[in-house]
Design a protein. Structure first.
Length: 247
């Protein structure tokens, strides 16, 4: 175990540019029904300086945090990390919850192009600095329609990071750095909850492709929500997390 950490029943992994604090609305909605951990991932928040920021490092980190049986949830980048980790911690994951996540890019040329784009963006982050990057990142069409108050909270959370940390995370944990896991989805024996916002057309299509490849999957579409469904509709995400596992 990580020194000072208690075994968790629920581990929540945040997205790129966020920190573990982004899960606070969901944890509030869960009303302490779980022993939960929402750690900062490498390159983010209190772990902005942690290196390497890599999938292997995240796997090892989660192995140290996880109890005997846990529910593992992740949003976007955190969902990709959770999916990758679930394949190595398979017997310790009671349920996997993926919010706006993808198993990666199956096409080698597309993955190579994305890796180059991620590397270029990482370089840009280091040049323009955190504040300017947060403004650019928050203005993406992916987050269009997010209620103003929630968007402000999300931007404030992003400012808990550092430019160098986010650049390292993008290089090591970006979509371009992730090996595609489409062909390994059938290895996941645990129930998988695929959660997407109603307005998140791209990731809804990905979830619809993933569901038939999984042994035990349910697709949840959160009404009115966009990509960051855990921020826009934390009660709905808490409801999915708290749903009993079918026996």
């Amino acid at each position: 175990m990580v020194p000072g950490a208690m075994p968790a029943d629920l581990i929540l992994l945040h997205g790129f540019t966020q920190t573990g604090r982004s899960w606070e609305p969901v944890l509030h909605a869960l009303a302490a029904r779980y022993r939960a951990l929402a750690p900062d991932l490498p390159g983010h928040g209190e772990f902005s300086a942690r290196r390497p920021a890599s999938l292997a490092a995240c796997d090892a980190y989660l192995r140290a945090l996880a109890g005997d049986r846990i529910t593992l949830a992740g949003y976007s980048m955190g969902g990709r990390i959770a999916l990758h980790a679930a394949l190595s911690l398979n017997d310790r994951i009671e349920r996997l919850i993926l919010i706006g996540a993808t198993p990666g890019l199956a096409d080698p040329a597309e993955r190579s192009a994305r890796a180059a784009a991620d590397a270029a963006l990482a370089d840009r982050i280091e040049v323009i600095g955190l504040e300017a990057f947060v403004r650019e990142w928050s203005a993406q069409p992916l987050f269009a329609g997010m209620p103003r108050g929630i968007a402000e909270i999300a931007a404030a959370d992003r400012m808990r990071n550092t430019a160098s940390g986010l650049a390292a995370a993008l290089r090591g944990l970006g979509t371009g750095a992730m090996p595609p896991l489409w062909e390994r989805l059938e290895e996941l024996a645990m129930p998988v909850e695929l959660v997407v916002g109603e307005r998140d057309e791209k990731f809804r299509a990905i979830a619809e492709r993933m569901a038939p490849a999984l042994d035990d999957a349910r697709l949840h579409v959160v009404p009115g929500a966009g990509h960051a469904a855990h921020l826009e509709a934390p009660e709905a995400i808490a409801e999915v997390i708290a749903r009993p596992v079918a026996t």
